[in-house]
Design a protein around this ligand. Structure first.
Ligand code: ATP
Ligand code: MG
Length: 601
């Protein structure tokens, strides 16, 4: 019988990919229907899932808590949590914490934050939390290892590390059997107990699966499954001095949690035969439930100008190259967040780049495009001056009766529906002294220059038309002040506004109500589009100009900006009030990205 299950509207609306097709086939064929979520044989270790639930599929995101997550992980999070959302499933957040030396609680917390910030959750509709730790299964894993020994499928190897490496062979040479390979079951059980009971030194022995030292796939040449490591674990403390290897632990974690689709990056493709070997044996032995999970691989995200290796990112932090994991130049999720990228932009980005098995590089401009799309209609506009030069309106007193007169001006905070009364307005004043951008004045203008030069008229955006009359300079010839006169009755929004035609409107902030702010102008962290490819030394490719800090003047509407508020600074791009350091009395804004793509330049 084949009935067609209608998939959720979300699932149908999204562009399909090979994983969606696999899942839809499974749902159509009832592959996982009637699956016994609770109470399978393996459930001894699986208490947390609570009563039987109705999930149609189960995926998991299994980070190792040894660093902060990066944009590549975001792809995996969006994929795994997204599939679960779209197909009435559940995605587990599982900490793959089998490597005690490198793992820390700080990382655990940061990973939970990152997943939640991206808009995902590990609670199911019944309110059960699906947050798991590989380390909670250490007892079961140990039992599974003992089972393999009992079946003659694992042995304790006491070769030196060098011998083990030499005897593994390589792509062209088969491996050689270890002299310990044919130990008796009783011997192996004893030696494994000795390992566990701390009778052997770190590194003195490993437990290996007994498969085939001549297998063409090197991962099947008796892979190590347990090692001795006297290290305090962030969760289990000093309870263990032996720890399971990742390749052994991971399939077991998936099986105990009844994962249906174990989705990982392509570098694990060669591990799949061992994944299946192990679970086949454990199922035969009645240690895990059926059907057992399957692994599916997709290609990892490679993003231009970005490094996605936790180890290398950690080096940038530890060496002080960046200010921390959340430095706004970092491709970490905390870095992207502090830089001003929004969860919606990152989710759209992950959707847009798709899921395939092809090796490819994604242009960083794609991420920026998603950010602009998200902020275009919601980020309030503001005028700022990043490279300030004073402009004096010399006829101000004449025109307005007093040199202290302030003319009230306003502009819409959002671009659309100018005549729409609902559009919020920003209010600011115009007075005799104004900050303008240094580059908006030229004493001897190049051809085609339309902004301020003696004799030319421009509009102060949202204010008046002014005519430039010259400038003042210091002893070095540097311009210190631009002089202009205001043209009466030309204020924006008044009937006279169009009486004088100008070719340019420039951004400005009046001196009397300008707010001083620190603006951090970020650029890409590396000068090379693939700083980590082909054996390149990424540290030699750092962009010396990845951060430029300027003291700017910003319009008064920004005085009430809260940390994390995003804006479009007219003509410059999108900016965010720094979530760590922005304060009302000391504003700090980060540049997220420009108005248009300039990465290609
Ligand atoms: P790193 O190499 O940076 O340390 P990792 O793969 O070792 O990354 P894990 O914590 O093991 O880090 O990763 C958790 C999950 O995220 C894994 O399933 C992994 O496949 C996935 N992942 C890691 N990097 C990427 C990437 N660049 N693109 C897509 N998925 C990724
Ligand atoms: Mg990993």
């Amino acid at each position: 019988m084949s009935t067609t299950t209608p998939h959720s509207p979300e699932a149908v609306a999204k562009p399909t990919n090979f994983l969606r097709q696999i899942i839809e086939n499974h749902l159509d064929n009832g592959t996982h229907a009637g699956r016994h979520w609770g109470g399978g044989p393996g459930d001894a270790a699986h208490h947390a899932a609570g009563p039987v639930d109705t999930a149609k599929i189960r995926t998991r995101f299994p980070p190792e808590p040894n660093g902060y997550l990066h944009v590549g992980h975001a792809k995996s999070i969006c994929l795994n949590f997204g599939l679960a959302q779209d197909y009435d499933g559940i995605c587990h957040l599982r900490f793959d914490d089998t490597n005690p030396e490198k793992e820390e609680q700080e990382y655990v917390e940061s990973i939970k934050d990152a997943v939640r910030w991206l808009g995902f959750d590990w609670q199911d509709a019944q309110g059960h939390s699906h947050l798991y730790y590989a380390s909670n299964y250490f007892d079961f894993m140990h039992r599974a290892a003992v089972y393999l020994i009992e079946q003659g499928l694992a042995y304790v190897d006491e070769q030196s590390a060098e011998d083990m490496r030499a005897n593994r062979g390589d792509f062209t040479t088969p491996g050689k059997d270890s002299p310990y390979r044919n130990r008796s079951v009783a011997d192996n059980l004893q030696r494994f107990a000795d390992m566990k009971n701390g009778l052997l030194a770190d590194g003195a022995a490993v437990l290996r699966a007994k498969i085939d030292m001549a297998a063409p796939n090197i991962n099947l040449r008796d892979p190590a499954i347990y090692r001795i490591r006297r290290a305090t674990h962030h969760n289990t403390g000093d309870a263990w001095c032996i720890y399971p290897m990742y390749t052994f632990a991971h399939p077991i974690e998936d099986a105990l949690e009844h994962i249906t689709h174990s989705i990982c990056t392509l570098e694990f493709e060669d591990q799949r035969p061992f994944y299946d070997w192990l679970l086949d044996h454990l199922r035969t032995g009645g240690l895990i439930a059926t059907p057992q999970p399957r692994q599916y691989e997709f290609s990892r995200l490679n993003l231009t100008y970005v490094i996605t290796s936790k180890r290398k990112l950690k080096h940038l932090v530890d060496s002080g190259t960046v200010s921390g994991w959340d430095d706004p130049r970092m491709p970490t999720i905390v870095g992207l967040r502090r830089r001003g990228y929004t969860p919606a932009a990152i989710r759209n980005f992950c959707e847009r780049i798709g899921v395939t098995k092809d090796y490819s590089w994604i242009d960083y401009a794609t991420l920026d495009g998603c950010l602009r799309e998200d902020l275009e209609h919601q980020a309030h506009r503001a005028m700022v001056v990043l490279d300030p030069l004073v402009l004096e309106l010399t006829n101000w007193a004449e025109v307005f009766g007093s040199s202290d007169h302030i003319e009230a001006c306003h502009l819409p905070a959002l671009p659309h529906g100018k005549d729409d009364a609902d559009v919020p307005q920003r209010h600011f004043g115009l007075g005799r002294h104004v900050w303008i951008e240094r580059e908006d004045f030229e004493e001897t203008p190049p051809k085609g220059y339309k902004r301020l030069f003696p004799g030319n008229k421009v509009r102060l955006k949202g204010g008046y038309v002014i005519e430039c009359n010259g400038c003042e300079k210091d002893a070095d010839g540097k311009v210190t002040k631009v002089l202009a006169t205001v043209v009466p009755d030309t204020k924006s929004g008044t009937p006279g506004a169009d009486s004088v035609k100008v070719k340019a409107a420039i951004t400005w902030v009046a001196q009397h109500d300008a707010v001083q702010a620190e603006v951090r102008l970020y650029d890409r962290l590396f000068t090379d589009a693939q700083p980590d490819a082909g054996g390149k030394d990424y540290l030699a490719l750092l962009n010396p100009n990845s951060l430029k800090v300027v003291t700017a003047y910003v319009e008064p509407s920004l005085a009430s900006a809260q940390p994390d508020d995003k804006f479009q600074f007219e003509r410059f791009g999108y900016f965010v009030a720094d979530r760590q350091e922005h304060r009302a009395d000391r504003p700090v804004f980060n540049k997220i990205t420009g108005l248009k793509d300039s990465w290609g330049k």
